[in-house]
Write a protein that binds this ligand. Structure first.
Ligand SMILES: Cc1cc2nc3c(=O)[nH]c(=O)nc-3n(C[C@H](O)[C@H](O)[C@H](O)COP(=O)(O)OP(=O)(O)OC[C@H]3O[C@@H](n4cnc5c(N)ncnc54)[C@H](O)[C@@H]3O)c2cc1C
Length: 503
């Protein structure tokens, strides 16, 4: 960083920063070019443009090519202070920008930009265990598998993704469903502090007692409030776990769905158990298979809570031996599609057999009838059981903006995932994903089975997210947002993502 230049530049652009309408007027290609040039002056080796190898690396650091866009330049900060300086420059000039953590949200433009500045957080990859080992400080450039590997020698875990390659920041800002959520709530319920760069460039720490409104908002309010540059995550003792995947033939479909419904209804009985039951439909192979990740936080793998699954005749079964969380998630990386086109859609219901059957039957029938011949098609639904205890944990830890209604728990929070290979099929799949979700929701509603809250991190473009947050929480989020970002920097200049102002 050229400090002498920054010393001149930063006060200049901050002094010239003006609210709302004026920022709008000055915005455009020109302001972005000015901001890219100013960033280049300040951080010459960390700003990349089309033609630079690092530009391509950063622009393609996403799970799916549907997220590769055309930022005018990419900035890769190495420290929180550099994020702060960049925000002063960018907001001062009224340029548009996007922020990427792990790049796993499969919605084009939510963590990237056409024509704006992409701030890629890859290098903010601090990871430090506190001296009393009660929390781990993690930078937003980290991925969950590296957090788990770092903690493994201490016999500790933190709550995060059940897939290791997923990024830390996006998952936490949307809530975060972990293998340990049945015991401890959302991953975000277990964040003890956030370091945040606010819209004016100020760096603050939000905790339960310091900027406590911001702290609450960040536990599920998304990216409308600032750029989080450090998360302090509670650690838990879990040196050994049982984890594996079973694959069940479609002939055992009914028994499988019974096991899922039963876990959905009674999963609170043993909070150490977790499952991710899913249907996988593979068009090119003309097959449908039923799978589930099975997890138990302990050393004894034969557990009554999982018996309805383990008793099924499996085609494959890797559950049964002890391992560590880090080893398990690393081992499953290869199973996660990478490089294909992807879309998510979320559906929520009460956890019972009727709701499950509606979702299963509608999804299977419609996929088979409408998109079975799409090249490279994989269509899946994961039925994520959300127990009463999961929700209770969030309440016990001070509450969160999701405000999920515990009186109606347990739930299934289902994520539909479509993956394909040919960009020519993008419109067809996007339209289908929306249509099948609408039909499923109509049927669930008619049966009195649809649930209000939809999980942000599994949602698709256009789905209503904050509208399902608990009573009064949207208004509260909006007023916290206005307090910390009165000129809408993280809403108007950074338009990508789920925005509380637009709810
Ligand atoms: C294969 C796969 C497995 C998954 N498994 C799980 C799971 O087990 N549990 C679960 O809960 N979810 C899971 N998800 C969903 C996941 O939580 C979301 O996709 C999440 O957004 C990914 O975080 P990221 O940092 O990689 O995302 P990104 O795409 O980088 O970011 C997502 C959003 O967060 C914003 N953002 C990123 N970093 C910051 C920051 N530091 N400050 C402010 N805003 C920021 C971005 O602007 C963007 O809008 C999975 C997703 C995939 C693709």
């Amino acid at each position: 960083m050229k400090l002498s230049l920054l010393a001149c530049l930063v006060p200049l652009v901050v002094a010239s920063a003006k609210p709302g309408a004026e920022i709008q007027q000055r915005r455009g290609a020109n302001t972005t070019t000015l901001a890219c040039n100013a960033l280049k002056q300040a951080f010459s080796s960390q700003v990349f443009v089309l033609g630079d190898a690092n530009y391509t690396t950063q622009n393609e650091a996403y799970w799916t090519p549907t997220d590769y866009l055309t930022p005018e330049c990419v900035f890769t900060p190495n420290a929180t202070l550099e994020v702060s300086t960049a925000i002063r420059i960018i907001a001062g000039l009224g340029a548009t920008f996007a922020v990427r953590g792990g790049g796993h949200m499969p919605i084009p433009g939510y963590a990237n930009t056409n024509g704006g500045i992409l701030i890629g957080l890859t290098n903010l990859n601090e990871i430090t265990l506190s001296s009393d080992e009660s929390y781990v400080s993690v930078g937003p450039g980290q991925r969950w598998e590296d957090v788990y590997s770092y903690l493994e020698p201490y016999g500790l875990v933190a709550l995060g993704g059940r897939v290791g390659i997923v990024g830390v920041p996006g998952l936490l800002l949307g809530g975060g469903i972990s293998f340990y959520s049945n015991q401890y709530g959302f991953a975000a319920d277990n964040v003890v502090a956030y370091e945040v760069v606010l819209a004016g460039g100020q760096i603050v720490t939000a905790t339960a007692t310091q900027h406590s409104d911001l702290y609450w908002a960040l536990k599920g309010g998304g990216n409308s409030f600032g750029i989080v540059t450090r998360f302090d995550l509670s650690t838990y003792v879990s040196p050994t776990v049982c984890a594996g995947i079973i694959e069940i033939p479609s002939t055992e479909k009914d028994a499988f769905l019974n096991a899922v419904a039963s876990f959905g209804e009674y999963g609170s009985a043993d909070a150490k158990a977790a499952v991710i039951p899913s249907i996988f439909m593979l068009g090119s192979l003309n097959i449908t298979v039923y799978t589930s990740a099975l997890f138990y936080d302990g050393t004894e793998c034969a557990q009554p809570a999982l018996a309805n699954f383990t008793v099924l005749p499996a085609i494959e079964n890797s559950y049964g031996n002890t391992t560590t969380l880090a080893t398990y998630v690393k081992g499953t990386d290869a199973l996660i599609g990478d490089g294909t086109r992807q879309v998510f859609r979320v559906v929520a219901s009460y956890a019972n057999a009727e709701a499950l059957q509606i979702v299963h039957d509608t999804f299977v029938e419609m996929v088979t009838a409408d998109i079975w011949n799409v090249t490279g098609l994989q269509a899946s639904v994961a039925f994520q059981p959300v127990t009463k205890n999961f929700i209770q944990q969030g309440i016990n830890k001070g509450g969160n903006p999701q405000g999920v209604d515990i009186s109606e728990a347990p739930y299934f929070w289902m994520v539909e995932n479509f993956s394909w290979t040919d960009p020519a099929d993008d419109n067809r799949i996007n339209a289908f994903a929306q249509q099948v979700t609408d039909v499923i929701e109509q049927k669930l509603t008619a049966a009195g089975q649809v649930a209000e809250y939809r999980y942000m991190n599994d949602a698709g473009l256009g789905q209503k997210i904050f509208q399902g947050y608990g009573d009064g929480n949207v208004v509260k989020l909006q007023s916290i947002r206005a307090k910390y970002d009165p000129f809408n920097v993280y809403t108007d200049l950074m338009p990508g993502g789920w925005k509380v102002a637009n709810a």
